[in-house]
Structure formats: C-alpha cells, structure tokens
Design a protein around this ligand. Sequence first.
Ligand code: FAD
Ligand code: DHB
Length: 381
Amino acid sequence: MGAGPAGLLLGHLLHLEGIDSTILESRSREYVIERVRAGVLEPGTVATLTAAGVGVRLKREGMHHGGIQMAFGGRRHRVDFEELTGGRSITVYGQNEIVRDLIDAHKAAGRAPFFECRQVRIADFDSAPRIEFEHNGEEYQVACDFIAGCDGSHGICRPSIPAACVRVYAREFPFAWLGILAEAPPSSAELVYALHERGFALFSMRSPSITRLYLQCAPGEDASRWNDCRIWDELTTRLETADGWRPNRGRIVQKNVAGMRSMVVAPMRCGRLFLAGDAAHIVPPAGAKGLNLAVADVRLLAEALAAYYRAGRSHLLDSYSDRCLARVWRAQRFSYWMTSTLHRAPDGSEFDYHRQLAELEYATTSRAAMTSLAENYVGWE
Ligand code: FAD
Ligand code: DHB
C-alpha cells in the first residue's frame, strides 16, 4: 500500500527476488513524482538503491557532501564527516527523483503501480489478507499472502490495526518548517544548519542551480502569508554570517509548511500486515532521517519475505519489527537532539537559548561531540 519511496522500493526489491506484488496508491503518478520532500541520503541508502539497480542517475546527479556546517553566533563551523567517520559521507538527491527512478524501474519491468485508487480497505490480515479498492470506476479485490503498509502517516493501514495489538508513542513539537525551492545557485557547497535568536533556518540544495531552504515558523502557519520578500529577508537574517556569507536569492518556485512530530508504532506488525516507513514512524526532519529509515525498513522486509518464500523460514519476518525499531529509536534520539538544539521553543527562555548555543559550541569543537554528530548524521551500518 502506497507508492512513496517505501512501497516502490519494496515492490522493486521483491520483483528482483521473483516475488509478485501489486502497489496501490491513492494519488496520481504526477503528484507522487512532483511532491518535494527530503533530500539527504545516508551511504547505506545509496548502497541499497545502487544494489537494487536504481542508482544510475543518483550516481550521476547526486551531490556528494563530505560534511555539514552549523551556523550560530555569526559564524559557520564545519563538521567533517569523512574525517570523523572513516570516510563516510552523505549524498544530496531529491526524494522525488528517487520516486521517479523507481517508477521508471517498475515500468521497465512491465509493472506499474495502480495510481488514483479510491475507497481502499484492508481486511482479514490475521489469516488471509484481502484488499478492496476502486480504480477507474471499477471495484477490485486483491487476495494476498501479506500486506505491506507503506502508506505514510495519513494512510489506512496503521488505523486498521486493532488498538490492543500495537502501542503508539508520539509527541508534537510547537513549531513547523516553511520550505522553499528557489531558482538560485547554492552559495555554499554544503548544508548549513543555523540557530539564530529569531529561530532555526536550513540551507540545502537540489542541483547546481536550485537551492532548497527552510525556516522555523509557527505550526499551521499559512504559507501564503509569507511573500517572497519576507521569506528572503528572514532567511538572510537567520543564515548570514559575519564573513559575508548568505544564500543567493532567486525566483521561489515552490513553498509549503510542514508540521513537526515524532511517532513510533510498536510492533510494526499485526499478523500478516507489516508497516514500513512513515506508516510506522515519523521523525522531525532536522536529522534528515525519515526517508533513510523508510529505505532501511523495506530492505529488511524484502530480505525477510525472500527467506520466507525461498526457504519457508519465517524467522526474519518474526524479528522484522525489533530490528527496525532499534534503528528507529536511535533516529528518534538523534532527530530529537537536532530539533531541540536548533529550534527556539515559543515558551523557551533566554537561558534555554544560551544553553543551546553552548551545546552547539561543544558539538562543533570537541572531537568526541563532533564524532557523535557525524556518525549519527551519516547513519548506522
Ligand atoms: P510517503 O512518502 O508518505 O508515501 C506514502 C504513500 O502512500 C503516499 O504516496 C500516499 O499518497 C500513499 N497513500 C496514503 N494513503 C493511502 C491509501 N489509503 N491508499 C493508497 N495509498 C495511500 N524527511 C526528511 O528526511 N527531510 C525532509 O525535509 C522531509 N520533508 C518532509 C515534508 C513533508 C510535507 C512530509 C510529509 C515528509 C517529509 N519528510 C522529510 C519525511 C520523508 O519525506 C518521509 O519519511 C518519506 O516520504 C517516507 O516515505 P514513505 O514511503 O514511508 O511514505
Ligand atoms: C533537507 C531536508 C532536511 O530535513 C534536512 O535535515 C536536510 C536537508 C533537504 O530537503 O535538502
């Protein structure tokens, strides 16, 4: 269920193992491809996509980053991932490009997801799972061995699980991100995460001509209340450093506000229904972990299903949830640390702000602290 990165990659990995699957998606193909979201890939994610044969464009167009910069107190401080982690680095490549590559791979294999499905329902996933849906005005029923709930945080799979079978751990953050995509060449070769007294800002990119930027704003804020001039002024104020560095300005081609929360569903399984990606867990975006976790989940799920079909062994299916959740809670810890260190809470005090500055100063000067930041950011083997 779902043609986001988790569902599309799982379908593709299963196809490579000779296992048949059907992908159902409620949105249109164009919507799914054009949706602008994450952009930072851990080396493990790049390796998984490459091994699955969908890394050709990623290798050509993905931007290699050996570190990130943290800006506070008017200065930028570099954290050198490659030096601190024995050569590991990140790749900047838009999530929507991964989705495009995966849809192309499905098409090349003669299989396409069913887009624009309506009235999607799942049933009997304790015994003989069934999915019912409408497509192009016709009603369909799919009988299957397993359902993979890859339908994101607003999907139907998780809410279909009886409350007694899972626990949901969640917390909201009292701020959101206004994200923009601008036709402007990136003015830094690396990402810049900034804490300013007016709040968080993030400088990122998508290509040598497109900059991606984020600003902390109030939850539920209306993006249309931010005109382009106000956005650029606020980004410049929060990001610029005493050496004169600031983001290049350009035409803003996309603008949206995303809320921020953490959520974990445990276990990530109920009978023959397995949850993966955002359907099972949400992280606040400052740690750049959401997409990477989705890829890590489905890699394990594909392996587990392959062992089941090849050798009739269900041990990997049985350990799927525990193995995923170990990584998920690590990512929650790191994402929480990045979020709470880099944002100003509406009820936060000047004391908190100065403690956060001291946290950043430590995180960018102590080798031990920088190593911790670096190894968490590039992800775990
Ligand atoms: P999704 O990408 O959400 O895919 C789920 C799919 O299921 C969707 O295509 C959806 O349309 C479909 N679906 C939903 N309901 C149904 C249904 N009933 N039937 C069929 N299909 C259904 N992460 C970062 O690391 N950095 C970021 O900057 C960042 N920005 C984000 C901005 C937004 C607005 C959002 C929502 C997420 C962002 N994330 C970010 C998180 C990251 O994009 C996700 O972790 C990633 O998309 C997870 O992939 P997924 O396949 O699990 O879920
Ligand atoms: C991007 C998004 C993130 O959430 C992040 O932490 C870093 C970069 C991006 O969209 O480029």
